[in-house]
Write a protein that binds this ligand. Structure first.
Ligand SMILES: Nc1ncnc2c1ncn2[C@@H]1O[C@H](COP(=O)(O)OP(=O)(O)OP(=O)(O)O)[C@@H](O)[C@H]1O
Ligand SMILES: [Mg+2]
Length: 279
């Protein structure tokens, strides 16, 4: 077996946001009242480098998925910058925006709802190439990606209902890899899976970061899952980044209240499972 040299997780960020804010206008309370503004993200600085796995944790509603929509270019921020490969995505021109869209791909929480049940797996895998108008040897690319995620060629002819949740999430990861992205954003990628197969999917993501030099943004509620997968964690609360650090440092010495709450939740779950509460 040949040893794989990990890609260096230093150097220039591949994908970053700088001083980014996003707000939504809510419904008027009265006919002539101004529309209330909900500030969902405030002054966010965030970066991921090639070969680096970064975690994003925070309570429900803290703004994680909204930040994902900025990182993928689905929404334009109200203020601040989204920068891919050193160039501002929203002022860098159409060619760069296309490269960016292709280079940042997403894996969602539930593969059963993210894969079309009527489509054979092979067709689903080709779909991103078609929608992004990517040319080349698509058949060869499918086989390469199947190998990267550890699936057999026979999977291509089958339909989603024929697979277990863990295998389906592999297929969803394969589909995200098809356009040859440089950053993968995984929004709660294992929380819909049985605990027994979560580790397999987490290990696959870790391998992809190491072997392909991908940047990974791993989003979760659960600090322990993120600690297993990433080397740096951003903690969000009410639309702000309140703490950044190495996962173990955050566990041992959480300074923001939101981080303390996340650590507390892990400890109480673990002590509950062990049947002996920590005092
Ligand atoms: N299009 C929108 N219009 C109005 N409010 C929105 C919109 N999208 C999100 N929000 C609000 O923004 C806040 C952040 O939501 P978001 O989905 O980003 O949180 P999250 O951290 O991903 O939560 P979860 O862990 O539950 O997935 C919530 O209060 C949500 O209601
Ligand atoms: Mg979310």
């Amino acid at each position: 077996m040949t040893a794989v040299t990990p890609f260096p997780a230093d150097g220039r960020p591949l994908l970053e946001v700088r001083q980014l804010s996003q707000q939504y206008f809510l419904r008027r309370q009265k006919l002539f009242a101004p529309r209330p503004i909900l500030k969902v993200l405030q002054d966010i600085d965030f970066a991921v480098r090639p070969g680096e796995a970064v975690g994003l944790v925070g309570e429900s509603g803290s703004g994680k998925t909204t930040l994902t929509r900025m990182l993928t270019g689905v929404e334009k921020p109200h203020e601040g910058h989204v920068v891919f490969d050193g160039v501002d995505v929203w002022s860098g021109g159409e060619a760069h925006r296309r490269l960016f869209r292709r280079s940042v791909q997403v894996v969602l929480q539930n593969p059963r709802s993210s894969l079309d049940p009527r489509m054979r797996v092979g067709t689903s895998l080709l779909e991103p190439l078609r929608s992004l108008k990517i040319e080349g040897d698509h058949a060869a690319r499918v086989l390469e990606v199947l190998d990267q995620v550890g699936l057999q060629k026979s999977a291509l002819e089958r339909f989603p209902h024929e697979f277990s949740g863990g295998q389906l999430q592999r297929i969803a990861i394969a589909r995200a890899l098809m356009p040859n992205p440089r950053v993968l954003i995984a929004d709660e990628p294992v929380s819909a899976l049985d605990v027994s197969i979560q580790a397999q999917v987490l290990n696959l993501l870790k391998d992809l970061v190491r072997d392909l030099g991908l940047g990974l943004v791993f989003i979760a509620h659960d600090l322990s899952v993120v600690a297993y997968t990433t080397s740096k964690v951003y903690v969000m609360s009410s639309g702000k980044i309140v703490e950044v650090g190495k996962p173990l440092d955050l566990f041992r010495n959480p300074s923001a209240e939101a981080t303390q709450n996340l650590v507390g939740a892990v400890l109480s779950v673990e002590s509950g499972l062990a049947g002996n509460a920590l005092a």
